[in-house]
Ligand binder design. Structure first.
Ligand code: DOR
Ligand code: ZN
Length: 343
């Protein structure tokens, strides 16, 4: 196959930051995707409709004229996000709230300390039809880092789904076979996004030839058997698994650091990486549904009208990119890729 044209895909999980950093990264996503679910973990977090709408305008100002990229906005769930904010958010076109367990990841200190504290807000979300997007990892220091997703499902997701049977929930950046099985066995109210890096790499990537901070993200890469389970989930045609890059830019010097930040920058190579993963699995014919149909269908939004073409062409990913005052190192920087998104 020399080229592949699919319905324009969407990114159902993306970090674009703010300010000069945002200006450097938004065009990469806009070049590939029709829409993106924008994560609210700024400092301070996006906790009101007004903040989300202002953030949306700042994102749109980074999109080149003639490009039709649409940011889909989310609110950051805290222990005291007022339930009254939900109707306002819905009316303003905000589609979801993001649940970060406090301390789980980047800018999550304002996150939820006890899910029960959010129950009135979750009730309002269920009623209004806002989705709940979940960073599904426990923060309990007693729990091994590699087990935190599976434990979150048992301790928190099962009771949450029992108490809110009609709240649509997305397990973001799924990383384990347990997670894939749990989502597959669930009803139509539970979906999951899968990143390209979790489809392509296992945890060995973090430790090959020395510690490689650019492969460090949360939830962390897992064993090979989990990667294989994710590939099966993504390429198997199941409608509740869909594309979410979790592209998460950090200045290179903050990743190459004694306390390196979690997050892989993949927006510049997103569809190329997914194409690579699907091709390796012999499932390029399933890429369109995963990238362009399943997410929109789950969110209850129309599928995109345009198309995106990938051509088979070798190109070398830049090792560094400008990022405000700093530099950004894309995950695949320096690699030769076999697919390229056509301009
Ligand atoms: O690796 C990650 N980076 N995981 C997250 O959950 C947050 C993200 C970020 O914002 O950098
Ligand atoms: Zn994320």
């Amino acid at each position: 196959m020399k080229s592949l044209t699919i319905t324009r895909p969407d990114d159902w999980h993306l970090h674009v930051r703010d300010g000069d950093a945002m200006r450097a990264v938004v065009p990469h996503s806009a070049a590939q995707f029709g829409r993106a679910i924008v994560m609210p973990n700024l400092r301070p977090p996006i906790t009101t409709t007004a903040l989300a709408l202002a953030y949306k305008e700042r994102i749109l100002a980074c999109v080149a004229n003639g490009s039709s990229f649409e940011p889909l906005m989310t609110l950051y769930l805290t222990d005291n996000l007022p339930s009254e904010e939900i109707a306002r958010a819905k009316a303003a076109g905000i589609v979801a709230c993001k649940l970060y367990p406090a301390g789980a990841t980047t800018n999550s200190d304002a996150g939820v300390t006890d899910i029960r504290k959010t129950y009135r807000t979750l009730e309002a979300m269920q009623r209004e039809g806002l989705l709940l997007l979940v960073h599904g990892e426990v923060t309990d220091p007693e729990v091994d880092v590699f087990d935190r997703e599976a434990v979150f499902i048992d301790r928190h997701l099962r009771p949450l789904r029992r108490d809110f049977p009609e709240l649509k929930i997305v397990m973001e950046h799924l990383t384990t076979s347990e997670g894939a099985q749990y989502v597959r066995d669930a009803d139509r109210f539970l979906g999951a996004t899968i990143t390209a890096h979790h489809l392509l790499y296992n945890r060995n990537a973090i430790f090959t030839g020395g510690i490689r901070p650019h492969y460090y993200c949360l939830p962390v890469l897992k064993r090979e058997e989990h990667r294989q389970a994710l590939v099966e989930a993504a390429t198997g045609g199941h409608a509740r698994f869909f594309l979410g890059t979790d592209s998460a830019p950090h200045a290179a010097h903050l990743k190459e650091h004694a306390f390196g930040c979690a997050g892989c920058y993949t927006a510049i190579t997103a569809m190329e990486m997914y194409a690579e993963a699907f091709e390796r699995a012999g499932a390029l014919d399933r890429l369109e549904a995963f990238a362009s149909f399943h997410g929109a269908d789950f969110y209850g939004l129309p599928r995109n009208a345009g198309t995106l073409t990938l051509t088979r062409e070798e190109w070398t990913v830049p090792e560094t990119l400008p990022y405000g005052d700093a530099q950004l190192k894309p995950l695949r920087g320096g690699d030769v890729l076999n697919w390229r998104v056509a301009a």
